[in-house]
Design a binder for this molecule. Structure first.
Ligand SMILES: *[C@@H]1O[C@H](CO)[C@@H](O)[C@H](O)[C@H]1NC(C)=O
Ligand SMILES: *[C@@H]1O[C@H](CO)[C@@H](O)[C@H](O)[C@H]1NC(C)=O
Length: 363
């Protein structure tokens, strides 16, 4: 009996293993094709509209190649989302320049995820290792990408365009209609995001925790710049490289913000190299331990160390009325000597550095 069960079990396992690695090709034309397609290692997706109130969720077999061959639209309905989710190990996802359209204008009311109508978010939830590239994403209802890769992932050539949300609409009371439209929210490890563009109304990149993250050769416009934080309690951020990005018409180019009441967290080994920015509305660089206040009373429960501007020159110009560099650390919570040899900021006023030892840069 036991051995019969064993034979049955192992033949089932063998069949599953076979199914998972079968080199079949599947085509998705609608959500009803998804479950069969998840068994194949080549998945071609044609353009279609996902029914309102439903998500498009792909749980791929290991080593699958996905080719997007048309645009994906999502029906409009107030619900929690996410709109698109993809998971799997060692995946090659080719967007081929096609588009995901989140229908943002239907939801936008100037309140994002802080209020107003419930908005599906994030729009794109990426849970793969491997590569994800050549995808256009427009009109995200609120946050655009959330990335939580199970292994090394390289994201390349993604164009996020929520710029339509810069304009007010009838529901936004004169404010930009798009709000909290973060480009990439990444609390993860072993991730590279490169050669991508983000036009939005919030952070271009936000890292709340994680390590070994590289953000390089991207351009950000309209939003709140490249952010580490906000940092809450008991998290670690380490080994972050932000290089060769162009940041235009954002509130600030680069920011680290930690919650004033957070404790037990560390932010360490952050390197900025070769970034440039202009049209910065409030700050060039802002490092602030008083979040949610800006330049308020800083907390001391998050230790920030080894923040460097090194490698290639980082050059920013801020608008008149903006501050070039503001550092607002709690006493003793920004440690070590920070090498800022490769930072130049012009325009506006200088700003103030409090409780941090910085070499190679002074205001
Ligand atoms: C959802 O509404 C927005 C705004 O009116 C529109 O741009 C988009 O095309 C709509 N989506 C669909 C699938 O109809
Ligand atoms: C700092 O981070 C970089 C990039 O992840 C890494 O290569 C380097 O080893 C780290 N340095 C230390 C001292 O941990």
């Amino acid at each position: 009996m036991l051995s019969a069960l064993f034979v049955l079990a192992s033949s089932l396992l063998a069949r599953n293993a076979l199914a998972a690695s079968t080199p079949c090709t599947a085509t998705i034309n609608s959500l009803s094709d998804v479950s069969a397609a998840e068994k194949c290692t080549t998945v071609n997706i044609n353009g279609f509209t996902v029914p309102a109130g439903e998500g498009f969720t792909l749980s791929l077999a290991d080593n699958t190649v996905v080719n997007l061959n048309g645009d994906i639209l999502f029906g409009n309905k107030s619900w929690a989302g996410p709109l698109f989710t993809v998971s799997g190990d060692n995946i090659v996802f080719n967007g081929n320049g096609h588009r995901f359209d989140g229908g943002g204008p239907f939801y936008w009311d100037g309140q994002g995820s802080n209020g107003g109508v419930t908005k599906p978010r994030p729009m794109m939830k990426i849970k793969i290792s491997g590569t994800f590239e050549n995808v256009n994403v427009v009109n995200s209802p609120a946050q655009t990408f959330s990335v939580s890769n199970p292994g090394p992932l390289v994201i390349s050539n993604i164009n996020i365009d929520n710029s339509q949300g810069d304009q007010p609409n009838s529901k936004s009371g004169g404010d930009a209609a798009g709000h909290n439209t973060d480009g990439f929210d990444c609390s993860t490890t072993d991730l590279t995001i490169q050669k991508s563009t983000v036009k939005n109304q919030d952070d271009c990149l936000a890292i709340n925790k994680g390590s070994n993250i590289v953000f390089t050769g991207n351009s950000c416009s309209g939003g709140h710049g490249i952010s580490i934080g906000s940092i809450t309690s008991d998290v670690t951020v380490s080994g972050i490289v932000i290089s060769n990005n162009v940041i235009t018409n954002n509130d600030q180019a680069l920011r680290i913000k930690t919650d004033s009441d957070a404790s037990g967290s560390t932010v360490t080994n952050i390197t900025y190299s070769g970034n440039t920015g202009s049209g910065l509305r409030q700050f060039g660089v802002l490092i602030d331990q008083s979040y949610p206040d800006t330049l308020g009373t800083p907390g001391t429960g998050v230790v920030i160390s080894d923040v460097s501007f090194s490698g290639s020159k980082n050059t920013f110009s801020v608008n008149s009325g903006a501050q070039q560099v503001a550092v607002n650390c709690g006493k003793g919570s920004c440690t070590g000597t920070w090498n800022w040899d490769e930072l130049t900021v012009t325009g506006g006023t200088a700003g103030k550095i409090t409780n941090a030892q910085i070499s190679g840069f002074s205001e």
